[in-house]
Design a protein around this ligand. Structure first.
Ligand code: IPM
Ligand code: MG
Length: 372
């Protein structure tokens, strides 16, 4: 298969982790005979510095013209610490999600057999964790109207959703639940927020078209507690933009590190693949950032294009790295392995083979989705 992939490295550790993803995709090309072409473009703080825009037009055009976008990370402390900043790197990401119509951000949270001892939670709590978060990406408080009074003492962020925004992601989530454990948890704050009450009404109506899926509705405060105490009770989680951001960060730490989990942002025409985590500015250039979330984002990309054997090859190589204790210090404290080394190891272990590993994970079968 030929794929045109736009690389948006962004800020902080973005360039370092994306370099490892490219190594892995090159290894997939070689092992499976595909052709991937990569073109880079600026976004975020670096784009503001060079072009005055967090999302330059040329970057957007390139993304629109490509088959997929691989995204690094975004955000820089100079902007976070300057409340008066007129432009922020993150705006580039929000505009991109909106312009590409990426309405669903799909975030799988699945325990890695080789890391089950690494979570700060007891093994009996995290064993069996295999949930997937469908986070709405184009609406809510992230994109609603923002105001700041002239004297800077009053601010507001509007949270709004319309029915169609809720319905399109709800259908995706129900379809996913049908193929999984047939349970969908809608997470909201319907005892307080009007938007949440709209979500509940729309999602409950849609649920009648999916009678085989059990729908439960949970308040966000209850959901974070349940997720910490018993993550395996969840199957598919459907939620809005803000709650999805927070819940997914919580999910990643349950699994062992914020550096582990990938995501796919999809719309009707475009698709983008990015880690859950932020730009980790303190680690920039230190070769300590965990590349796994980004590498697994390439696995989601491959899966998106129906390349299941290739997806499994990447996932297997990641599992091998854990089983051999080849990971960055966030996973194995005191580890001497850096971003580059881990990326090389995973890329070198990507092979077109069914049995190159003894992974104790019953879900890893050829042709079967291993991530989503
Ligand atoms: C994420 C990130 C972004 C978000 C930030 C970097 C703006 O936290 O993708 O979860 O909040 O959407
Ligand atoms: Mg986040």
């Amino acid at each position: 298969m030929n794929l045109k992939i736009t690389l948006l490295k962004g800020d902080g550790i973005g360039p370092e982790i994306l370099a490892q993803s490219v190594k892995c995709l090159r290894a997939v090309e070689e092992a499976f005979g595909h052709q991937f072409s990569f073109t880079e473009a600026p976004i975020g703080a670096i784009a503001i510095e060079n072009t005055g825009q967090p999302l330059p037009d040329a970057t957007l055009d390139l993304c629109k013209a490509s088959d997929a976008v691989l995204f690094g990370t975004i955000g820089a402390p100079e902007y976070d610490n300057d409340p008066a900043a007129k432009m922020r790197p993150e705006q580039g990401l929000f505009e991109l999600r909106k312009e590409l119509g990426l309405f669903a951000n799909i975030r799988p949270v699945k325990v890695f057999p080789g890391l089950i001892e690494n979570s700060f939670l007891p093994k009996k709590v995290i064993s069996g964790t295999d949930l997937i978060i469908y986070r709405e990406l184009t609406g809510g408080i992230y994109l609603g109207k923002k105001t700041l009074s002239k004297d800077g003492t009053l601010a507001s962020d509007l949270c709004d959703y319309d029915e169609s925004q809720i319905a399109r992601i709800a259908h995706l989530a129900f379809k996913a639940a049908k193929k999984r454990k047939r349970k969908l948890s809608l997470i909201d704050k319907a005892n307080v927020l009007e938007t949440s009450r709209l979500w509940r009404r729309v999602v409950t109506e849609i649920s009648s078209s999916y009678p085989e899926v059990q729908l439960e509705c949970l308040y966000i405060d209850n959901a974070v507690v349940q997720m910490m105490m018993n993550p395996s009770k969840f199957d598919v989680i459907l939620t809005d933009n803000m709650f999805g951001d927070i819940l997914s960060a919580q999910g990643s730490i349950i699994i062992g590190s914020v550096g582990l989990l990938p995501s796919a942002s999809v719309g009707n025409e475009n698709a983008m693949f990015e880690p859950f985590h932020g730009s980790y500015p303190k680690a920039k250039g230190k070769n300590i950032a965990n590349p796994v979330a980004s590498i697994l984002s390439t696995a989601l990309l491959l899966q998106h294009f129906g390349l299941f054997e290739e997806t499994n090859a990447v996932v297997r190589a990641v599992h091998t790295s854990f089983l051999k204790n080849i990971s960055t210090p966030d996973i194995f404290g005191g580890s001497k392995y850096g971003t580059d080394y881990v990326g090389d190891f995973i890329a070198e272990n990507i092979e077109d083979s069914e049995d190159n590993l003894n992974i104790n994970d019953e879900n890893i079968d050829l042709g079967q989705s291993t991530i989503i």
